[in-house]
Design a protein around this ligand. Structure first.
Ligand SMILES: Cc1cc2nc3c(=O)[nH]c(=O)nc-3n(C[C@H](O)[C@H](O)[C@H](O)COP(=O)(O)OP(=O)(O)OC[C@H]3O[C@@H](n4cnc5c(N)ncnc54)[C@H](O)[C@@H]3O)c2cc1C
Length: 403
């Protein structure tokens, strides 16, 4: 009987965790199943590129995981029962219940309307592929001189506004930022950002709190209205409600609370990674939703699961940041170097070199996902079974040596 590991979500972190588990454990001892709603891997960090009409490489899971032993289940996760250790999934054939011994929850996140009036009905999002494709259609139909406003002055907002302005110089592009433009960046980073905004003709509305979105404008808290044929909403991400509906310990926003090994603090058979997890990084600060921290967190989760199953040493690599890599269109970029807990330091790389660096980071991230068996050395260890009490088939569960 093999130990059943189910990974929910085949985004950056789920796919990385599944691949890493396959490298660490023997396939005759573990059954690894990756459940994802779509049959292919979506490079979410490129959704702003997709929205302006660029085409992305197709990456079917069936090719990525061929020969790895990871079984793919293309289905939508409808619910998780952490007491019965089951997952309910749905596909075109109906609902099915899957049993697990260890669960890795990596369902990611979607856009966060923050409950702002009219956003759901009137704004466009780029947190998902369907959202980016919808925006792509709409942008293609805009005529020169029409206005686009990007709401959100974070990394995604900066990338979206610059990408749109570069691809469509005929449009009147603006960005509404809650604070000052890029005010968390170093002086060099801020200066460069303003230079690129000026060059691309993007109007920055700073300290602008959007309180309503209509089909042809957004309204700010100070009463001003900014006309826009299209509003792109990038003000944060929200996790899917599935975890909240379980007995797992979650935060107010629905992220699963995990320890340093990415294991749920309430249910030791469950691990969470990526946007869905609430994990502490350097300086005891929660990790922000990003690939930058989600990728090492996925390695940490996979290595911890393997260590607990095989009696190996638990990983204790600190989860830290090195830089924030921001694309500013295809020709410009900004690499802001940061402290371990994500605070900007003086050094920043700008210009064309930064654009190339960011492109390499995106390519590297996708390559790592798409080639789970290449790169790092494969170190498979034997699962150490402690006892296998005889129980009815439905609830049979192997007990593994922990430490
Ligand atoms: C435009 C944009 C640019 C970004 N740029 C950067 C960047 O430069 N650097 C950076 O670090 N981060 C960036 N991010 C953030 C980064 O993309 C996310 O933090 C990262 O994708 C999180 O990984 P994840 O595995 O948790 O979730 P995801 O990558 O979102 O993967 C979740 C997976 O779960 C699947 N799923 C969801 N619900 C279900 C369900 N019910 N059933 C089955 N499957 C389901 C989805 O289909 C998806 O495959 C960017 C985000 C966006 C939107």
């Amino acid at each position: 009987m093999r130990h059943r590991i189910i990974v929910l979500g085949g985004g950056y972190t789920g796919a990385i965790a599944a691949g890493r588990l396959a490298r660490r454990l023997h396939r005759e001892e573990v059954a690894i199943t990756l459940v994802n709603a779509e049959p292919d891997f979506v490079e979410r960090v490129r959704m702003h590129q997709l929205a302006v009409g660029q085409s992305l490489k197709s990456r079917p899971f069936s090719e990525m995981f061929a020969g790895t032993g990871v079984e793919l289940k293309v289905a939508k996760v409808a619910g998780v029962d952490v007491d019965r250790k089951t997952v309910t999934v749905r596909d075109s054939n109906g609902a099915e219940e899957l049993e697990y011994d260890t669960l890795v929850y990596a369902l990611g996140s979607g856009w966060n309307t923050q409950g702002v009036c009219g956003t759901k009905e009137n704004a466009y999002e780029i947190a998902s592929r369907p959202g980016a494709l919808k925006l792509r259609d709409r942008l293609a139909r805009l005529k020169g001189g029409q206005g686009v406003i990007v709401v959100g002055g974070g990394l995604t907002g900066l990338e979206a506004a610059t990408e749109i302005a570069e691809a469509r110089p005929d449009l009147d592009v603006a960005l509404a930022a809650h604070d000052g433009l890029g005010d968390w960046l170093s002086p060099k980073g801020r200066k460069h950002l303003r230079k690129v905004f000026d060059k691309l003709g993007i109007t920055a509305h700073e300290h602008a709190v959007v309180t309503a979105v209509e089909a042809d404008r957004v309204t700010l808290a100070d009463g001003r209205a900014i006309p826009a044929a299209v509003t792109v909403w990038t003000a944060g991400f929200a996790v899917h409600p599935i975890a909240t509906a379980t007995a797992l310990e979650v935060t107010d926003t629905g992220q699963i609370v995990v320890d340093k090994t990415m294991r749920s603090v309430s249910h030791p058979d469950v691990y969470a990674v990526g946007d869905a997890a609430y994990a502490m990084g350097a300086g005891n600060k929660p990790l922000r939703m990003s690939c930058a921290s989600g990728t090492p967190a996925a390695w940490q989760a996979a290595d911890s699961i393997a260590a607990r199953l095989t009696g190996g040493k638990l990983p204790n690599a600190p989860l830290r940041y090195f830089n924030q890599c921001i694309s500013l269109g295809r020709r410009e970029g900004l690499i802001q170097y940061v402290t371990a807990d994500d605070r900007s330091v003086r050094a920043a790389l700008t210009g064309r070199l930064a654009a190339i660096y960011k492109e390499l980071v995106c390519k590297g991230a996708a390559w790592g996902v798409a080639n789970p068996m290449l790169g790092i050395p494969t170190r498979r260890r034997r699962v150490r079974l402690a006892a296998r009490p005889a129980r009815p088939a439905r609830t049979v569960r192997a007990e593994y040596a922990d430490h």
